[in-house]
Each structure stands twice: as C-alpha cells, then as structure tokens.
Design a protein around this ligand. Structure first.
Ligand code: APR
Length: 170
C-alpha cells in the first residue's frame, strides 16, 4: 500500500472510498461529517439511517466502520467510522487505530483500490493532532488488505499536514 499525506478538502478527492469521521448515531454533524453529507446529498443519510436502525442500540460502536453510497461525491462509497473522544486520563489509542484498520477492512471487502482518510478524532473530538497522526499511520499499516493499493490522508490545514508527514516519515 502506498500511503501519502496531502492538503485538501476530502469531499473533492477522486478515490473509491472516502472515510467519514462520523459519530455513533450516524445522523450527520459538523466538521468533515457535515461536509460529506452536504456534498454527497441525502442518499448518504438515508443509508446511514437504515444501517443505524439495524445496529445494537441504533449506534455504531466506536472504532467500527460501515459503508454507504457516496451519493454525488466523486467516490463510489463512504465508509463511516466513529472515533474515540480524547481523554487525558484514559488511553483510547487502540480505538482510534481501529477506526483506520476497520475502515480499510470494510473498503477492501468492497474491492476498493484507493481510500482517503481525514484526521479522525482530531477536530471536535479533541485528539492532539501529532498523536492522532501516529495512530492513523499505525492503524493503516496494521491492516491486511487484498485490493487497497493507495491510502491518502487528506488534511484540512497545514498543521495537520505537517503532523501526518512527520508520522509517515517516522
Ligand atoms: N476535508 C478534510 N478534512 C476536514 C474537512 C474536510 N472537508 N472538514 C474538517 N476536516 C478535518 C478537521 O480539520 C479535523 O482535522 O477533519 C478532522 C476531523 O475533525 P471533525 O470533523 O471535527 O471530526 P472528529 O474530531 O472525529 O469529531 C467527530 O464531530 O462533526 C461531528 O458528527 C461528527 O460527532 C462527530 C464529531
């Protein structure tokens, strides 16, 4: 797998799978979640609602991932994952790594060759960006895939880009 970091808006990236930093309720939100639903259109939310209805307590467990249509986005699918909320008193790193490993497993099962990730949990969920970047790279590298050849970390600001470039070179 080829891993790279780039500055950009993930809703414009032409890949097979765009990963969404969702919440367990899968009903949309702000940040990248809001951007994906706004750009992708209502078909994404319709499928999210149907999936949520079939989940225990209608919620996606943090660290797990599910796929929907990408609607009007250039991608074929959106893989939604719910990241852990940062806690200084509890190490939730394994859950954050799982967001990446599980999202790649779901994408690979779909036959995807290229996947774009945002910096999961590094916004509203408060994860320090350098720590989040290291977990992201470790989670991707831990994935066993047959089809995925390209992973792109699409970062919304220069600080995040620098953190991911450092994590990739480490
Ligand atoms: N493209 C790429 N990255 C983006 C975009 C975008 N269009 N918009 C925001 N980001 C970046 C943010 O700058 C941050 O680095 O995505 C990263 C993740 O931030 P959030 O979107 O806030 O996601 P997260 O921290 O995982 O919090 C998830 O926020 O929006 C709600 O419903 C969502 O409850 C969930 C929570």
């Amino acid at each position: 797998m080829d891993l790279r970091a780039e500055r950009g808006n993930i809703t414009t990236v032409d890949v097979d799978v765009i990963v969404n930093a969702a919440n367990p309720g899968l009903l949309g939100g702000g940040g990248v979640d809001g951007a994906i639903h706004r750009a992708g259109g209502p078909a994404i939310l319709e499928e999210c609602r149907a999936i949520a209805a079939g989940l225990p307590e209608r919620r996606l467990a943090r660290g797990r991932a599910v796929a929907t249509t990408a609607g009007r986005l250039p991608a074929r699918w959106v893989v939604h994952t719910a990241g852990p909320i940062w806690a200084a008193t509890e190490d939730r790193s394994a859950v954050l790594r799982s967001c990446y490993t599980e999202s790649l497993r779901v994408a690979d099962d779909l036959g995807a060759h290229s996947v774009a990730f945002p910096a999961i949990s590094a916004g509203v969920y408060g994860w320090p960006i350098d720590h989040a970047a290291r977990q992201a790279v470790a989670g991707v590298r831990a994935a066993a895939v047959q089809h995925v050849q390209e992973v792109r970390f699409v970062l919304f600001d220069d600080r995040a880009l620098a953190a991911f470039e450092a994590a990739l070179s480490g």
